[in-house]
Design a protein around this ligand. Structure first.
Ligand code: CTP
Ligand code: MG
Length: 177
């Protein structure tokens, strides 16, 4: 039981750069007067936006920078995240942003507008893609087992829903999800 809790804690520290990368664009894009959509406001073959206005270059770079910063802090503080290399939190942050962008791409393809909810995909897509990319590069992390994975997925979904609601109350987001 204690070993299991240790693994879940290790997993949460490991994915902290993913969380920070995913959260940073919300306040960062809000304080900027002007943001630039990654898709250049272009449309896909289906007549819908490729990604939509919710995916901006400013958000992308701030997310990678924020996730990398927390990862480097964890690394310097005795490698609390258990990273195999200092580059791993950078890959995790980039993976989070790739997953998030890919999620928006899928949402637009099924006809959901920017900001429309896609239960499951919105809360977990960015994490799953980040974990797959980092595992492909560095191998499966030490904390990994089906139970610890299931725990962090549940914890992430709850955290994502609650932090988005707080961001809405703070008027950082227009919608509570
Ligand atoms: N954001 C950004 N750039 C990114 C990711 C996020 O500017 N690469 C900002 C946007 O202001 C976005 C907010 O963070 O509205 C919340 O992100 P998210 O929920 O992923 O975007 P949505 O607006 O819900 O759009 P989508 O339907 O495409 O997910
Ligand atoms: Mg959203």
């Amino acid at each position: 039981m204690v070993r299991m809790l240790e693994k879940i804690l290790a997993a949460l520290l490991y994915i902290l750069p993913v969380y920070v990368a995913n959260a940073t664009p919300v306040p960062f894009s809000r304080i900027l007067k002007k943001t630039t959509p990654i898709d250049g406001r272009r449309f896909a073959w289906d007549g819908r936006r490729i990604l939509g206005d919710g995916k901006t270059w400013e958000g992308l770079f701030s997310g990678i920078a924020g996730g990398t910063l927390i990862g480097v802090i964890l690394y310097l503080a005795g490698n609390l995240g258990g990273f195999r290399s200092i580059s791993e939190p950078i890959i995790l942050s980039m993976g989070a942003m790739i997953g998030d962008i890919f999620g928006s791409f899928l949402k637009r393809r099924i006809g959901l507008k920017r900001g429309d909810p896609a239960p499951g995909l919105d809360q977990l897509g960015f994490l799953i893609i980040a974990l797959i990319i980092s595992a492909a590069i560095y191998g499966v992390p030490d904390w990994f087992n089906p139970v610890s994975l299931a725990c962090i997925l549940v914890i992430t979904a709850i955290l994502h829903l609650s932090t988005n609601f707080i961001a809405y109350l703070l008027k950082l987001k227009d919608r509570p999800y």
